[in-house]
Write a protein that binds this ligand. Structure first.
Ligand SMILES: [Zn+2]
Length: 225
């Protein structure tokens, strides 16, 4: 099951931002950044960290997430939560407090983060993490894009947080971070939002002027409003 191709992770280069604040204060134990430790440990052991893997389903890491989170036996990694916790569980706490800068030094961090976000979504705990991240001064563009495309555009974890997340993505573009991947995720993920928001629409058109990739995407889609 483990092959070289298998261990190919998606490792995006991105901007170098620093995590600042979180509404969920870490305990002394968590200050060691438990989530980064978990990801590094999995990568060191050669675990597959590709969310879409059709060879192993990233099962080893999903089991590790389940074990870390204390959400039952390892054979039932995808069982939805019967009772939604009224406070963040171990994984939600670790992710709410993750140091993005540190995380991005881990091999295959992007796939690992995606898998962990999916775990929390299935458990009904994604809101704890998104809420904590939104309170930060900076969110790396690759994280903005990941949460936007995989969750927020589907109104996860809820409409309010999804809207706030999309707004953060638009703000990131406005702040001069005209990242092609983020622009394209906005165009493909929430086209109605872009068309109906004059500010976002202007930013996308500005990105199209600068980027051949964005221009081609808009060309294929027949423009953006
Ligand atoms: Zn795999």
């Amino acid at each position: 099951m483990s092959t070289n191709a298998h261990r190919r992770g998606i490792h995006h280069p991105g901007s170098r931002n620093t995590a600042r604040t979180s509404r969920i204060e870490p305990t002394l134990f968590e200050q060691a950044d438990a989530f980064v430790t978990l990801v590094r440990g999995a990568a060191d052991q050669g675990a597959c960290l590709m969310p879409g893997c059709t060879e192993c389903g990233a099962l080893a890491f999903r089991r590790a997430l389940s074990t870390f989170d204390g959400t039952g036996d390892a054979g039932r990694v995808n069982m939805p939560a019967r009772v939604v916790r009224d406070a963040p569980g171990p994984l939600a706490r670790a992710m709410a407090n993750v140091d993005f800068e540190l995380l991005r030094t881990a091999d295959h961090w992007h796939g690992a983060l995606d898998l962990a976000l999916l775990h929390l979504r299935e458990r009904g705990e994604l809101h704890w993490v998104v809420d904590a991240w939104l309170a930060r001064e900076r969110i790396p563009v690759r994280v903005l894009e990941l949460v936007l495309y995989r969750h927020a555009r589907h109104a996860y974890p809820d409409h309010r947080l999804a809207d706030l997340w999309i707004e953060r993505c638009v703000e990131a573009l406005h702040a001069g971070n005209m990242d092609e991947g983020l622009v394209e995720a906005l165009i493909l993920g929430c086209p109605e939002r872009i068309v109906s928001d004059p500010h976002a629409h202007r930013l996308v058109n500005e990105a199209a002027r600068r980027s051949l990739s964005v221009r081609s995407l808009l060309g294929r889609l027949g423009g953006c409003g």
